[in-house]
Design a protein around this ligand. Structure first.
Ligand code: SF4
Ligand code: SF4
Length: 465
């Protein structure tokens, strides 16, 4: 167990915040520090992007894929006046820059960017020749009202309209395994005949490759692989990073280690696409002593670049998706992959050891995807969880009044909480209706976490810690 002024005793921490059930969802470390958020510097090459070739179709795909979940948005005022939430000019600029620097894979979904990502992505890509990029989208029929054949197919057809294309390069069944496991998977894709429909679409060429993205119940993943001979999956999208490689279950018991997922797919020669290479940004916001450890090895590389190189160093990986909202993230990621310098075995071991250190920090595995939002009672779930994580990582969650930095840490936690989350949207207003939990791909027991954070806030306020 790491112990210094800025770290906390995990077992003690869990006990303090309410018991053993918390262990699973509080594991995993992420620290926000100014240094850790720095990007690397230097030239951004235009002609050195690394590519992987799809063994089935010969598609030459950039190892850096553009995830479009979080496009830049306009101010609330502009959004109200124009009814457009996304900053289209900024999206155009980012996509143009990405393409000019060799990125050719773009991944979206009908539910990304408050439902506007497909349209914004389509508008930006329309300005480029269709053959110059590969487009991935998903059948995101999560909500029970979209489980019918008609609603699912309507969603599928609408993707073509929003994206302004007549074929999709990579189509995914979205987040299979989430929610109610096999039962939900069957309701979304099997009983309504939607998977049969998609297979037919593939045969007719409107879908060039058919795959799935996986979160949650491993039974669904294993089932899909057991049926590979029949479905002939062209690819699969999995969460993979150096923390999830061996520690996914410690972070969240519903998750499965990436080592298992990657190995199982590779055995069946199913190409792998990677999501969450930074675990929702948490591997770029690591604790200060982890930053120092990484910087000591590679002073000129960003902390994030270690995670990107890790994900791309596996030969069966076709592309690594990164949600790049800002130009500096895009530039930093291009630097990591133009060209890719694969990790050596020794460097991988170094990262596995680093993961072992990181996992000791009791943060909540929220990746800010916002699938749990909006909460019908107005709770700002991700901001609360992220504030909490930030404080854990900065050593601003004192474990008792005897803690060396108790006064400063208490103030930092409480003042920061009020600044980042308006009072009416704080954890104390959660009524525990549980409507959010089934939407969380990380399997976080949201009301339970909110209750514990609220209890902690009260203890801090009343000086009863
Ligand atoms: S459990 Fe709490 S946070 Fe979740 S939807 Fe209900 S009120 Fe909102
Ligand atoms: S759905 Fe889960 S991971 Fe996503 S923002 Fe909500 S709590 Fe975080």
């Amino acid at each position: 167990m790491t112990k210094n002024n800025r770290s906390i005793n995990r077992r003690h921490f869990l006990k303090l915040l309410g018991g053993g059930a918390a262990i699973t969802s509080l594991a995993g470390c992420r620290v926000r520090s100014k240094e850790s958020e720095q990007t690397s510097t230097g030239e951004v090459p235009t002609d050195k992007m690394s590519y992987r070739t799809n063994p089935k179709t010969g598609d030459r795909i950039s190892i850096l894929g553009y995830g479009t979940m979080r496009w830049p948005t306009v101010s609330k005022q502009v959004a109200l006046e124009s009814k457009e939430a996304i900053d289209q000019e900024a999206v155009n600029e980012l996509i143009d820059y990405a393409i000019a620097h060799g990125v050719n894979y773009f991944d979206t979904s009908p539910v990304y960017g408050q439902g506007f990502s497909e349209r914004a992505t389509g508008m930006a890509l329309k300005r480029h020749p269709r053959h110059s990029f590969f487009l991935a989208t998903k059948l995101s029929n999560f909500a029970p009202e979209t489980w019918s054949r008609e609603a699912s197919i309507a969603m599928y057809r609408n993707s073509f309209k929003e994206l302004q294309v007549d074929y999709i390069d990579y189509m995914l069944l979205h987040a299979v395994g989430m929610g109610n496991g096999m039962k939900e998977f069957e309701a979304r894709y099997i009983k309504n005949g939607v998977l049969d429909f998609l297979l037919q679409e593939r045969q007719e060429g409107r879908i060039r490759h058919l795959g799935f993205s996986y979160h949650g119940d491993i039974k669904v993943f294993d089932y899909l692989l057991s049926k590979h001979d029949f479905y002939q999956w062209d690819f699969a999208l999995i969460q993979m990073n150096y923390l999830d490689w061996k520690h996914a279950k410690e972070i969240e018991p519903l998750n499965t280690n990436a080592e298992y997922l990657y190995t199982a797919l590779s055995k069946q020669q199913i190409p792998v696409m990677i999501m969450e290479p930074l675990l929702g940004g948490r591997l770029s916001k690591v604790p200060d002593h982890i930053v120092a450890r990484l910087k000591q090895r590679e002073p000129n590389r960003s902390v994030a670049s270690w995670a990107f190189r890790f994900a791309a160093s596996f030969p069966n990986v076709l592309t690594v998706l990164s949600g790049m909202t800002y130009m500096e993230h895009l530039q930093d990621n291009i630097r990591s992959y133009a060209p890719l310098q694969p990790l050596t075995d020794e460097e991988k071991q170094f990262l596995y050891q680093t993961a072992g250190l990181i996992v000791q920090y009791p943060t909540i595995p929220c990746n800010d995807c916002k699938y749990c939002m909006p909460c019908p009672y107005g709770i700002d779930i991700p901001t609360i969880l992220l504030h909490y994580n930030k404080c854990v990582n900065q050593g601003e969650v004192p474990e008792s009044q005897q803690a060396e930095n108790y006064r400063e840490a208490r103030q930092a936690f409480l003042v920061g909480y009020d600044r980042s989350v308006p009072r009416l949207r704080q954890a104390s207003h959660c009524i525990g209706c549980n409507q959010c939990t089934t939407h969380c791909p990380q399997g976080i027991n949201i009301p339970q976490e909110l209750r514990r954070i609220d209890r902690y806030v009260e203890q801090l306020k009343q000086g009863t810690l």
